[in-house]
Design a protein. Structure first.
Length: 139
């Protein structure tokens, strides 16, 4: 009989402790949601914004198709990209990329693919360096 009382006491104590932990966690999340809802945030630009009227050369495709980089990132399509690369980032950059994904909903692979393409488009001297290296390399 004493074993049953001991087990019942332990079970009631565990149930009470577990209930308190769950209630505390729920109240903590509610207070966090209130803080998030109270802070004004700028609305994210919609991906269906108007495209730029900027003429491009024939055969040259540009990454920036909208007036802002963020709208162009939303519109960027990497669904047909099949090549993969293993890239290392420092912890701060990964944290920033993950937070960007949570804030905007843009996948990490899409962000990196867009960023690299944008880097090469805005800095044509990088392509020149690569071309010079290929010309100087003997096969």
């Amino acid at each position: 009989m004493t074993r049953i009382k001991l087990l019942l006491g332990m079970l009631c104590t565990y149930a009470a402790y577990y209930t308190v932990i769950i209630l505390w966690d729920c109240s903590r999340w509610k207070s966090t949601e209130n803080i998030i809802n109270e802070t004004p945030t700028a609305p994210l630009p919609s991906p269906k914004a108007e495209k730029l009227e900027k003429p491009t050369k024939v055969g040259q495709q540009t990454v920036l198709v909208h007036e802002t980089v963020l709208r162009s990132l939303f519109a960027y399509d990497n669904s047909n990209h099949k090549s993969m690369a293993h890239i290392r980032f420092d912890a701060n950059t990964i944290d920033l990329i993950n937070k960007f994904k949570m804030a905007t909903g843009v996948e990490n692979t899409k962000l990196v693919a867009f960023s690299v393409k944008y880097l090469f488009e805005t800095n044509p001297e990088l392509k020149t360096i690569i071309k010079q290296f290929i010309q100087n390399t003997e096969l």
